[in-house]
Design a protein around this ligand. Structure first.
Ligand code: IMP
Ligand code: MG
Length: 176
């Protein structure tokens, strides 16, 4: 099987949206410091670009989780592969994700993080596929709501490929 990528959201539209989110977040956290937590690997491109548009102090940390499932769908079995470097107790934690699909990964993660007593815990995602939600997740900041299609680019992968595309594209799987 091979695949073709069709542009869904242009590089310029992604950039404009991230600048908008950064401005909103800067306003909401006025006078505070944000502990930005990126979920590897997909959230990396989004987090670094978003951080550049935030005007309050930020520190960055990374977490890696694996959710066993098929190549295009997560399962509920989440495992922490790389944990945070420091405790988040008393900090304003902002989780930065590439996409929320079923919500299973985030539901597990937010529950896990909440138990560490952060001062606040918010969630920012570049993309949201609300049609596929099986677990309710409170999302504070959303870049784009997209239809239930498998997408790549701007950090998102298909079998580890296409993360470096500067735009968001829909993957069309063609039969051979
Ligand atoms: P969830 O647990 O179903 O919400 O899945 C979240 C994770 O699955 C994301 O962080 C992505 O790593 C991956 N994922 C879900 N949908 C897509 C997609 O359309 N393209 C690439 N990865 C996806
Ligand atoms: Mg991910």
């Amino acid at each position: 099987m091979s695949e073709t990528i069709h542009e869904l959201i242009s590089e310029a539209d992604v950039a404009a949206k991230i600048a908008e989110l950064g401005a909103q977040i800067s306003k909401d956290y006025d006078g505070e410091e944000i502990y930005m937590l990126c979920i590897l690997k997909g959230g990396v491109f989004f987090m670094t670009e978003l951080a550049k548009h935030i005007t309050v102090p930020v520190s960055l940390d990374f977490m890696s989780v694996s959710s066993y499932g098929s190549q295009t769908r997560s399962s509920g079995n989440v495992r922490i592969i790389k944990d945070l470097d420091t405790p988040i107790e008393g900090k304003h934690v902002l989780v930065v994700e590439d996409i929320i699909d079923t919500g299973r990964t985030l539901a597990y993660l937010l529950d896990n993080l909440q138990q560490r007593n952060p001062k606040s815990l918010k969630l920012c995602t570049l993309l949201d596929k609300p049609e596929e939600r099986v677990t309710e997740v409170d999302v504070d900041y959303v870049g784009f709501q997209i239809p239930d299609k498998f997408v790549v680019g701007y950090g998102l992968d298909y079998d580890q490929h296409y993360r470096n595309l500067p735009y968001i594209g829909i993957v069309e799987f063609d039969e051979e």
